[in-house]
Ligand binder design. Structure first.
Ligand SMILES: NC(=O)c1ccc[n+]([C@@H]2O[C@H](COP(=O)([O-])OP(=O)(O)OC[C@H]3O[C@@H](n4cnc5c(N)ncnc54)[C@H](OP(=O)(O)O)[C@@H]3O)[C@@H](O)[C@H]2O)c1
Length: 373
């Protein structure tokens, strides 16, 4: 019997009951005086797939943006604790590590597999055996099949709940990609699919060929690109939207300032937006103001703002630190009145973000349309 099920009562149900009753209760025996960590009870739909309103991005669990290597057992503990706290959506990719992050997620989710939603991604030209990055993208049907077989092994599962194409392969018609996904669905190996950073024509064609559960593209107060059409199409077609880097790659938590020096190998060091910190910090000042108003943290305001934009939005903040994970899921408790949201939206839109979002070669892979048949 685990700690979670002592006396036949799950820790989660105990916390949920305590919260309803207005009680306070310590989260662990070593935290007798700490305030209770919130349980994430809100659920949202990505197409027909129900998930926690906030997921967990596990991309950095094999190597952080700062290029450090996190302790594997601690990453397992964060994933398990996130599940204990009500998180059901875990976001990985073949490219993370590469391969290594899927191993970590598979190791951590043994015994809870049926209670969670695993999302992962194919699409880079990765050797499924060795993990070596080969040039370019690869969404050829045989390559997708080989990738999925490797994913199932690493994730220690017989199915992927949500499989995304990581980037559109301009040489492969999206209908051919949808075709192999449809076959994998018939085999029970893939349950839902999605696209990431695709062109809008490709989004419509993909959905017509095999209905999509979700689009995953960058969206936050720091990058509002999906407001230019993607979100409208998702609303129209009943597709969920999963913002990646919902904390602006950490910027929106207020932990990056002009004194920050990015390590070599930290992609933020070559992103133009982090070279214009003085101008862009106006956004952090706004977040701090709202954090004070709502008795929250700047990062929680950034996540709550995303949640407030549409009911089909499910952010996946990434972290390798337990307190950050717990803080991030607490964002679901931050609510705005419609007047507050209008005021905040106006203030966000008034701040012009300076500097490019991504290095040119990475940016050139976004908004791409797949070849026609
Ligand atoms: N589809 C795609 O192309 C794509 C691209 C990028 C990312 N993603 C997905 O999106 C997920 C999230 O994106 P992301 O990790 O790039 O960016 P993010 O979630 O916006 O920010 C992550 C950064 O913020 C820090 N952080 C997180 N919570 C914090 C808190 N409460 N206080 C202070 N710092 C905090 C993290 O450091 P610590 O580890 O120290 O907390 C990390 O450096 C990824 O894990 C991945 O699954 C997808």
């Amino acid at each position: 019997m685990t700690d979670d099920t002592k006396n036949g009562v799950t820790r989660r149900s105990l916390f949920a009951a305590a919260t309803l009753a207005g009680l306070t209760i310590a989260t662990t025996s070593s935290a007798q005086t700490a305030a209770p960590t919130p349980i994430l009870t809100s659920r949202r739909k990505l197409g027909g797939l129900e998930v926690s309103a906030i997921g967990l991005g596990v991309q950095n669990m094999s190597r952080t943006y700062q290029t450090t290597i996190p302790t594997r057992s601690e990453m397992h503990r964060i994933i398990r604790t996130a599940h204990d706290r009500g998180v059901t959506l875990f976001d990985a990719a073949e490219a993370y590590g590469p391969l290594e992050v899927e191993h970590i997620l598979g190791e951590a989710t043994q015994g809870i597999r049926n209670e969670i939603v695993i999302a992962t991604k194919f699409g880079w030209n990765i050797d499924p055996e060795t993990g070596a990055f080969l040039p370019g993208l690869n969404s050829k049907p045989d390559h997708i099949r080989a990738s999925v077989e490797g994913m199932l092994q690493r994730l220690r599962t017989d199915r992927i709940d949500l499989l995304y194409q990581h980037r559109v392969d301009p040489e492969v018609p999206i209908e051919d990609v949808a075709g192999v996904i449809t076959d994998l669905m018939a085999e029970g190996k893939v349950l839902n699919w999605g696209l990431s950073e695709m062109g809008l024509g490709t989004l419509r064609r993909a959905h017509a060929a095999q209905p999509l559960a979700a689009v995953q593209s960058e969206y936050s107060m720091l990058w509002r690109g999906p407001e230019d059409g993607t979100l409208d199409i998702c609303a129209e077609l009943g597709i969920g939207f999963v913002p990646w880097s919902p904390l602006g790659v950490g910027f929106l938590t207020g932990t990056i300032d002009p004194a920050t020096r990015f390590t070599e190998g930290d992609i933020r060091g070559v992103e133009g937006r982090f070279a214009h910190l003085t101008a862009n910090l106006a956004l952090v000042a706004l977040l701090r103001e709202w954090a004070q108003r709502k008795d929250a943290t700047p990062g929680q305001i950034a996540l709550a703002w995303l949640l407030a934009q549409a009911p089909f939005i499910v952010p996946i903040p990434g972290t390798t630190q337990m307190p950050h994970m717990e803080e991030n899921i607490g964002a679901a408790n931050v609510r705005f009145t419609s007047a507050e949201l209008a005021e905040l939206n106006t203030a966000v839109r008034a701040i012009e973000i300076k500097g490019s979002r991504l290095p040119d070669w990475v940016a050139s892979l976004s908004g791409v349309e797949a070849a026609s048949r």
